[in-house]
Design a protein around this ligand. Structure first.
Ligand SMILES: N[C@@H](CC1=CC(=O)C(=O)C=C1)C(=O)O
Length: 474
């Protein structure tokens, strides 16, 4: 079992994780004023470049190592079948290797540990950035999906540039635009079509509308993908990406009265703050059950409740390559939609294979297996973590999370719910706030648990600055 040391760094005054746009604006203002001093944005970018390129992929702080905890490279669990004590009949590798009931990464989805595991994960990445020389005070900014600029125009510009010019005149590869794999990862999850999510050494991550499918070596998938991607020469790929993001964020339904009711991601993020308890707030499985149990019929005036995980999922899909078709629900005409009906269209637009009516291009963000290898993952999850903190503040659970007795055996509280058990955990394990959040351990070697990460200000030493749903960009 891998272990990753998470050092808790409580501060007298918690460090502030700021909105990415604010950090970016400070940078541009400094440049306009002719300053050549290193800005906060530059420190951040240099730290990212360092963990992506300077460190050996086996280094505990390397981006490859940390990115690999979420999904691929999958770890198997060996189940030994003995005939007698000394007679090994069979070693069966289960988790993530050949059985789709298991999950070979450490992350939790569709389960109550979704918010806390990802909190520890983002903190681990931030620790790594801070370990870079000269970067010990940095914080990871959050990508505020719900500020008005993002809703109207998409990503902050820094995520859209292949290169960045520093104040001292040097131009560097932008480590927030993509990651170039320092080692290959193999998708060993046997079920079709997932085996395609292998990535070779030097593969560079992509976002919508580009395709990331290169994993089937015996077909010409990589060359089909390359041919398709070539139709979106940089920077022509960026407008469709931002159009896709804003469409997902703003989606609305027009009523007969002419009024448009927002049902997009921005609205869902807002609504998740109303989830009545931690279990419902934390994940999709529990919320679905709760809504079924409590919304028998119309007119209750409440709910359905939205779990944080739900808009979080949609944002992954928006960046990773699912686009909203121009159906009746979409009042935006989604102008950037590519319709690449190329000879092997099936490789790229795989709606039927997803058993849903969305098209998909398979950028890394859309797929749990690979999402954490795109740097944008951590800025997105920093925002998700901020939403978690805002929910904790609203529901008075900032120092301690509560799972009421009646929800302790609810859907989402067993590791067989949702994506299945993580490596090394027996199937059917009940989850609670004391379940180890593997692979994270404290400096004394003990497991990190949800209870340890509940209080970000008191225990972890950070807090969140202004952004949507608080005093600014509300
Ligand atoms: N699998 C999720 C989307 C998604 C969630 C993630 O947490 C992730 O890492 C990547 C993708 C869905 O289909 O809705």
């Amino acid at each position: 079992m891998a272990q990753s040391v998470l050092s808790f760094d409580p501060q007298e005054q918690p460090r502030v994780r700021r909105s990415f746009r604010d950090v970016e604006k400070d940078h541009f203002v400094a440049r306009q004023q002719g300053s050549t001093d290193r800005t906060e944005l530059e420190t951040l970018v240099l730290a990212w470049l360092s963990i992506q390129e300077d460190l050996d992929p086996k280094d505990p702080n390397s981006f490859f190592t940390i990115g690999g905890y979420h999904g691929e490279p999958f770890r198997g669990v060996d189940t030994m079948l003995y005939a007698t004590a000394n007679d090994l009949l069979l070693t069966k590798r289960q988790a993530g290797w050949s059985n789709s009931m298991w999950w070979g990464g450490y992350c939790y989805h569709n389960q109550i540990l979704f918010p806390t595991w990802h909190r520890a994960y983002v903190y681990r990445l931030e620790n790594a950035l801070r370990s870079v020389k000269g970067c010990q005070d940095l914080t990871l900014p959050f990508l505020d999906w719900c500020d008005s600029e993002t809703i109207e125009s998409g990503l902050p510009i820094t995520f859209c540039q292949k290169e960045i010019a520093l104040g001292d005149g040097t131009v560097i590869r932008n480590p927030l635009y993509s990651y170039v794999f320092q080692a290959g990862v193999f998708d060993s999850l046997g079920t079709f079509p997932d085996t395609e999510y292998s990535k070779p050494l030097y593969y560079e991550t992509v976002r919508y509308p580009l395709s990331g499918l290169v994993g089937l070596p015996k077909t010409d998938q990589a060359s089909t993908t390359a041919t398709y991607n070539a139709t979106w020469e940089y920077p022509t790929n960026l407008q469709p990406l931002n159009d896709n993001i804003t469409s997902w964020l703003k989606l609305g339904v027009e009523l007969h009265s002419g009024k448009t009711v927002p049902i997009g991601i921005a609205q869902k993020f807002r609504e998740c703050l109303d989830a009545p308890n931690y279990v419902v707030f934390s994940n999709v499985s529990s919320a679905s059950q709760y809504n079924q149990d409590n919304l028998q019929g119309v007119g209750t005036g409440q709910g359905p409740f939205v779990p944080l995980e739900s808009p979080h999922n949609s944002m992954h899909l928006a960046v990773g390559g699912y686009h909203i078709p121009n159906g009746p629900l979409n009042t935006n005409s989604n102008p950037g939609d590519p319709v690449p009906d190329n000879a092997n269209g099936d490789m790229v637009w795989r709606a039927s294979r997803r058993l849903c009516n969305r098209d998909v291009t398979d950028g890394e963000q859309g797929e749990n297996d690979t999402a954490a290898f795109d740097p944008i993952f951590y800025f997105h999850h920093c925002f998700v973590d901020r939403m978690f903190w805002l929910w904790q503040q609203k529901h008075k659970q900032t120092t301690k999370l509560v799972i009421e007795a009646e929800y302790q055996r609810y859907p989402g509280t067993n590791n067989f719910d949702g994506q299945g058990p993580t490596p090394g955990r027996p199937a059917g394990t009940w989850l609670d706030l004391d379940t180890p959040l593997e692979p994270f351990v404290k400096t004394d070697g003990s497991s990190v648990k949800s209870t340890d990460v509940a209080d970000i200000e008191g225990s972890l030493g950070y807090t969140y600055g202004p952004g949507s749903f608080t005093d600014k960009h509300a």
